[in-house]
Design a binder for this molecule. Structure first.
Ligand SMILES: [Mn+2]
Length: 464
């Protein structure tokens, strides 16, 4: 019934942590997600609001979490209240089971729970007399309006002696900072979903061959995710053969895979709400060409360089700098960039072919919450701390037809159509880092060996 692998204590602990950051005499409101119509009367698979999930572990739509912190006869009292859908046998026969307010408190560790129908009556009562009202502003306009409406209802009672919170606080950053540092229990799940996703990448390599279609390889990924309990992909899988790899968010996945081309796969499963985000690039026929090998090896070195530099106190800006320098040197060595090397390095010339960021936070969201900047210039100078998880994903993209082609120094024909990205998920530890992506083949040798073995097994089976 429950959709979490985490113990209830994990969620009650998080609420305690949030309470500590609430001022005295305040209320915080967190809304669950709503079901979203896909077409007519069918819905998209339900995806819980991640902040709400983080604080509750409760996986039904339309619910509301209320956290109340107030003085009661000199004693500070913290209460968490859940509003959720009432039990309804007919609805449950058609649409699935509901926990219901009677069981929700006990199963999820709330102080009280009520039916959704009571929200509009009870929430204004909770707000009455409080000085601060906290909620995540701007995430859902309809919810923002509801909150303001509840507050207005309390304000309207001022002549009867009512007092509404005068201060409305956006508490997004409090919860984002909490989500940025992962607990041991969260890390166990993230290791697990990384393993499942790595296995899916392995399977994709084994099943890839010239003449197959991108969607067939996508199906292999989804098969492997689902059969290990990660029923959904954490985001739309990118299965991009040849020049399609140069479209960064290519998700059409409809083309045939050609001999002598590369296949770039950016895909990860979601387990108990947590995402993996892994990218691998490999040859469709199992053997890198000379040019593919050169570009791949360069990206791989840059990635390893960045990963090995990860430790508490380091910054994404620093990783970017060393990665950029390495890529620029390499591209110059291959003749793809021409000119004075030092000038190219200063100008970060690799950025012409490495057009996205080096990495991002990872967790309940694939592009997870948490600020990257600590200075006014908005540079990525935030120091790493143990418990942060990020992706490291350098890439080089040399499209067949480059709209921004430098006519004075065009890229040689032989490099065109190559797009490479390699992405692992890295945890910052006390002493350095732990690579969570442990079983997705990455070196040229690992990839070619695995694919040759799969091709042999396939040929033997076909010959029998
Ligand atoms: Mn990523």
């Amino acid at each position: 019934m429950k959709h979490t692998l985490l113990p209830v204590s994990e969620f009650t602990g998080r609420r305690q942590q949030f309470f500590q950051q609430m001022p005295e005499n305040s209320v915080a409101l967190f809304a669950a997600a709503k079901e979203v119509t896909r077409s007519n009367d069918t819905e998209y698979p339900f995806c819980q609001d991640k902040n709400f999930y983080y604080l509750t572990g409760f996986n039904e739509p339309d619910a509301l979490l209320v956290l109340i912190k107030q003085k009661d006869q000199d004693e500070l009292v913290c209460q968490s209240v859940l509003f959720c859908r009432e039990k309804n046998p007919m609805q449950e026969i058609w649409h699935g089971r509901r926990v219901g307010p009677e069981l929700a408190s006990g199963e999820y560790g709330f102080d009280a729970s009520f039916a959704c129908e009571e929200i509009d009556e009870l929430v204004p009562k909770y707000l009455e007399g409080k000085s601060q009202l906290m909620f995540c502003q701007g995430a859902d306009e309809a919810f923002d309006r509801r909150v303001l409406n509840w507050n207005s209802q309390v304000k309207a009672t001022v002549r009867q002696g009512g007092k509404a919170p005068a201060v409305l606080v956006d508490c997004s950053s409090i919860i984002e900072e909490m989500r940025l540092i992962k607990s041991p229990a969260e890390l166990d799940i993230m290791r697990k979903v990384n393993r499942i996703s790595g296995q899916a990448h392995q399977r994709a390599m084994e099943k890839t061959a010239p003449g197959k279609f991108e969607y067939q390889i996508e199906a292999e990924l989804l098969h492997e995710f689902a059969r290990h309990g990660a029923r959904h992909a954490a985001y739309g899988s990118i299965v991009a053969g040849g020049d399609n790899a140069n479209i960064l968010h290519y998700t059409d996945n409809c083309d045939a895979l050609n001999d002598n081309e590369l296949l770039l796969i950016d895909a990860g499963g979601e387990l108990a709400g947590y995402a993996a985000d892994i990218t691998r690039t490999f040859p469709v026929n199992g053997k890198f060409t000379k040019e593919q090998k050169a570009v791949y090896q360069l990206v791989l070195e840059a990635q390893e360089l960045a990963i090995q530099a990860i430790a508490p106190g380091k910054t994404l800006a620093y990783l970017n700098e060393i990665t950029c320098e390495h890529l620029t040197r390499g591209l110059h060595g291959l003749g793809i960039l021409t000119g004075d090397l030092d000038e190219l390095i200063t100008a970060r010339a690799c950025k012409k072919f490495f057009i996205h960021g080096l990495g991002h936070w990872l967790g309940l969201d694939v592009h997870d919450v948490g600020d990257y900047q600590v200075d006014k210039k908005r540079q990525q100078l935030r120091s790493f701390e143990p418990g942060m998880v990020m992706t490291i994903e350098p890439g080089l993209y040399i499209p067949l037809h480059d709209v921004n082609e430098d006519v004075a120094a065009p890229v040689d024909e032989k490099w065109r159509g190559i797009g490479v990205r390699i992405e692992d998920n890295i945890l910052v530890t006390e002493n350095g880092y732990e690579n969570l992506t442990v079983n997705a083949p990455k070196t040229i040798e690992e990839i070619e060996t695995l694919m040759a073995k799969a091709a042999n097994a396939h040929a033997t089976a076909a010959g029998q």
